[in-house]
Design a protein around this ligand. Structure first.
Ligand SMILES: Cc1cc2nc3c(=O)[nH]c(=O)nc-3n(C[C@H](O)[C@H](O)[C@H](O)COP(=O)(O)O)c2cc1C
Length: 426
């Protein structure tokens, strides 16, 4: 579409310049790129593009590269409404070439938020601003994803930067919290710095299931290309899945993994009925809980073995990708974080269940490391969290780690550093 065609179609106030070539994709440098010394004259576009920059098609959605923004709460909404902070925050990653931008854990109900500042998607009024965000992400040829969530027994906490000591974690009503409306599979608190939840009745479980389904419908209406269900980190679905937090004796709990997974499976089935078949559905799971069996916690937590079983059921129900995270459901967890410390989970799951794609996440901080993970078949894509907060241009800079020339947003091209010889680092 030409500039004049584009400007004719949209009002000047909502006009967004289209990218001719999407940022973060590998292209042959043009003569202009050489003449402006953005590239070494000896540079040759590789015949085999590193996997990190190869597109990935899931159902009808093609994602231009495999560097994806992990969902990250910003605790900056009011009454669940996303605002222009979220537009700029998420928009910057799209502008700078991320293949997929995942919006933070967004509450399917008011009491399903982690903090009073978390975004929500429980009413139609939330849709227009979300639509504005997806429009911008699409204008940069990036894929818009949203994580829909219920915080369960970890709900109603304060914004992290206001918590000066662990005992300040809980948000009481004077801070906009809802201590009387915390729910979970069983009436057991995470620890003394979280509220004690009420055990959900069967009817309330059905209501939550419908909240997830309605949230997915709204996400579809708002233009999100991908929907991810948050089933990790000790929030509601993760609480149901785990033997260390689910002590129910009905069909949603107990020793049987099938029972504990029932809520998630029913949510997936319900969502698949209301979103287009062409739309990918992801689930984030705590693939291991890092909780060993002790006298205090006789069952221990779920392990990758349990997660593989869950992933097999989910794949049959139409889940396309498992976003492989870990932990967060029990204070006794023993984790030793380090570079790529969760990648083995994605790797093992992918080997054991080829029916689903996987995403790896956790301390992935440079292009070489990220590319190696996908090249070695340990994941289909990488989700990057904190590195994107430190460097919103990470999807472009990771290419430089690989000595690769990728497209920058047209508007920024003239700010590109010049590179006159291979020995001059960008
Ligand atoms: C500020 C912040 C907010 C986060 N919010 C979420 C969230 O909304 N949903 C989620 O599943 N994980 C959340 N996470 C976890 C990240 O998505 C990611 O899994 C984790 O930070 C590890 O990846 P990293 O080492 O690349 O940061 C959050 C992490 C950070 C730092």
């Amino acid at each position: 579409m030409t500039y004049s065609e584009q400007t004719k179609e949209t009002s000047p106030a909502s006009y967004i310049e289209k990218q001719v070539i999407p940022a973060g994709t590998v292209i042959d440098p043009t003569p202009v790129d050489y003449s402006l010394k953005f590239v070494d004259p000896d540079y040759k576009t590789p015949t085999k593009v590193p996997k990190l920059y190869q597109p990935l098609k899931i159902r009808n959605v093609t994602i231009k590269n495999r560097i994806w923004v992990s969902p990250m709460c910003m605790y900056s909404a009011k009454d669940g409404f996303a605002n222009d902070f979220h537009l700029v925050h998420l928009g910057q990653f799209a502008l700078h070439g991320a293949g997929l931008v995942m919006m933070e854990a967004t509450g399917v109900s008011p009491n399903g938020r982690i903090t009073p500042g978390c975004t929500g998607i429980w009413k139609d009024e939330h849709i227009p601003q979300l639509q504005k965000i997806t429009n911008f992400i699409h204008s940069q040829e990036s894929v818009a994803a949203i994580q829909i969530a219920h915080a369960g027994r970890k709900a109603s906490t304060n914004q992290p930067w206001t918590i000066t000591s662990p005992d300040k974690n809980k948000a009481d009503t004077d801070k906009g919290g809802w201590p009387e409306d915390i729910v979970a599979p069983s009436a057991i608190s995470y620890d003394k710095n979280h509220w004690t939840p009420k055990e959900l009745t069967i009817q309330q479980i059905q209501d939550i299931k419908n909240d997830f389904i309605n949230a997915a419908k709204r996400a579809d209406q708002a233009g999100f290309d991908v929907i991810e269900i948050h089933g990790a980190h000790g929030y509601l679905i993760s609480e149901f899945l785990s033997p260390v937090s689910n002590f129910r004796t009905d069909q949603y709990g107990g020793k049987s993994l099938e029972n504990r997974a029932r809520l998630l499976v029913e949510i997936v089935q319900g969502i698949r009925k209301v979103i287009p078949q062409t739309k990918p559905l992801f689930v984030r799971l705590s693939c291991t809980e890092w909780v060993e069996s002790t006298n205090e916690v006789p069952t221990g937590g779920n392990t990758i073995k349990d997660t593989i079983e869950i992933s097999k059921i989910l794949a049959q129900e139409g889940v396309d990708l498992i976003d492989c995270s870990s932990g967060g459901n029990h204070p006794n967890q023993k984790i030793s974080p380090g570079p790529g410390y969760q990648v083995f989970l994605s790797d093992e799951l992918r080997q054991a269940n080829p029916q689903v794609l996987t995403g790896a996440v956790g301390i992935i901080v440079n292009g070489k490391q990220a590319n190696q993970i996908v090249e070695e078949g340990k994941a289909d894509a990488v989700f990057i969290g904190r590195q994107f907060l430190r460097d919103p241009t990470f999807a472009l800079n990771a290419a430089e780690d690989l000595d690769l020339f990728v497209k920058w947003p047209s508007q920024y091209t003239f700010g590109r550093k010049k590179r006159t010889s291979k020995t001059v680092k960008l």
